[in-house]
Design a protein. Structure first.
Ligand code: FCB
Length: 441
């Protein structure tokens, strides 16, 4: 069926993030990050932490074997900034860099393209203490970190992603306090954190480009088509405001060098002359994380006077996120129509379900199989309709530490038993491997 739409060279694999899988938070000179602090403050819902997580730091060979068996040709992971610069800047911690060097060499030996992401939320604590993403002081250390790792690994690693989901960092980390570093700074805090990530990303792209010119550079945005809960003017305006905050500050900055008109007044306070040029790419490849649409309504007392509306959906994941595969198709088509059809890939897509281990020890996760199939069908349809979709990486290879939810939400196509750390491929793993092998859904 639609399988034929996945062109030769399509990137197939999974994404992970350092903090969510590595554990070993004190190993080999790693410094503290904001998520270590946040968990130590007891802010994780199930009371767990990521100090061991999947112990990937010691079990990475086994994890690469799982990728190889599934037929992956690509693996997106993140480099932990506090492993490379334990205090955020200064001298490279060779032991931390060595870990990624070994991982990368092993991936390459298996024919798997490594795609590191430079910042998946584990901000070194000293940089947060100096203001974190609220100030411009963070721009130079991020660019220096990017340049340092590319100087060392750029001979072998050709695909680099800068940030992961700056909107989530800004809103949940600085706006409403549900993620590390846990600030409740409201609208201005959110917009500042967004703008400074945009600037840091631009600076990193330029620093890397000055180092080598043979790389494919990009970043990863969480994009969710926003719609209003009703046709009431208040709800329609709320959905447009949220679209500007959630999707367009990053997208318009990166691809157009613009600040969304709806937010210009609020952002004038800290957007300086020259910033618009500095936040514009150029990038070669845009990573998209897609989980669902967003249905919004007017709600006083919340940032931007926007609240979560009723999604009117009859399929839900264990995160209580609606299952809306058609939203992925619409998103890809809108990027083609409104942003000049950039080269994109799905950098994350997947679902948490309340997996049960059967008597035979297997996990028959039919709901996750259906989720993957339906979203892959949307990708195939968008590609058939002319979108430049270059790949699909599921979230995630392993069950892992799901941020504020701790270990209670399982997104893996491979189960992790957190007592024994044993890995067990689920039915979804076999399904995904079949799709990769046959190109059929
Ligand atoms: C995304 C994050 C990723 C993971 C998934 C479920 O927002 O990028 O780390 O937590 O959600």
């Amino acid at each position: 069926m639609e399988g034929q739409s996945f062109q030769a060279g399509f990137l197939w694999g999974a994404s992970t993030a350092a903090y969510q899988i590595e554990g070993a938070v004190h190993a080999e000179g790693r410094g503290a990050c904001v998520w270590d602090t946040f968990t130590a403050q007891g802010r994780i819902m199930d009371g767990t932490n990521a100090f061991v997580a999947c112990d990937h730091y010691h079990r990475w060979r086994e994890d690469i074997a799982l990728m190889k068996t599934a037929g992956f040709n690509t693996y997106r992971f993140s480099i932990a900034w506090p492993r490379i610069f334990p205090t955020g800047s200064g001298t490279v911690n060779e032991r931390g860099l060595g870990f990624y060097e070994r991982l990368i060499d092993a991936l390459l030996a298996e024919g798997i393209t490594p795609m590191p992401c430079l910042f998946h939320w584990d901000l070194p604590q000293p940089l947060e203490d100096a203001g974190g993403w609220q100030g411009r002081e963070i721009i130079a250390p991020f660019a220096a970190y990017a340049q340092a790792v590319v100087r060392r690994l750029g001979d072998r690693v050709k695909h680099w992603m800068m940030l992961n989901e700056p909107n989530v960092v800004a809103i949940f980390g600085y706006g409403v306090g549900e993620h590390a570093p846990g600030h409740t700074l409201g609208e201005q805090g959110i917009l500042r954190a967004l703008h400074h990530q945009n600037l840091a990303q631009g600076a990193a792209l330029r620093a890397i480009d000055s180092e080598r010119s043979d790389l494919t550079l990009g970043t990863v945005l969480n994009l969710q088509p926003c719609r209003a809960e009703s046709d009431k003017p208040g709800d329609l305006a709320a959905a447009a405001r949220w679209d500007a905050v959630w999707n367009r500050v990053t997208l318009d900055g990166l691809l157009r060098g613009q600040i969304p008109a709806l937010l210009e007044d609020k952002m004038d306070e800290f957007v300086l002359p020259g910033d618009r040029a500095a936040i514009q790419g150029p990038i070669d490849l845009l990573g998209i994380n897609y989980y669902s649409r967003m249905t919004m309504k007017e709600e006083a007392g919340r940032p931007f006077n926007v609240g979560w509306g009723d999604a009117g959906c009859d399929r839900w994941t264990f995160m209580a996120w609606p299952v809306q595969p058609d939203g992925l198709y619409d998103l890809l088509i809108s990027l083609k129509a409104d942003y000049g059809n950039p080269a994109v890939f799905i950098a994350e897509n997947g679902a948490a379900y309340d997996d049960q281990v059967d008597e035979d020890g297997a996990v028959h996760d039919d709901d996750r199989v259906a989720f993957l199939r339906d979203h892959l069908a949307s990708v195939a349809r968008a590609a058939a309709d002319g979108c430049q979709v270059k790949g699909y990486l599921c979230w995630s290879l392993l069950d892992n530490f799901e941020w504020a939810y701790g270990l209670s939400k399982r997104f893996g196509i491979v189960r992790v038993d957190y007592d024994t750390l044993k890995r067990t491929p689920k039915d979804s793993y076999r399904y995904f491997a079949d799709v990769i092998r046959t190109g059929r859904l």
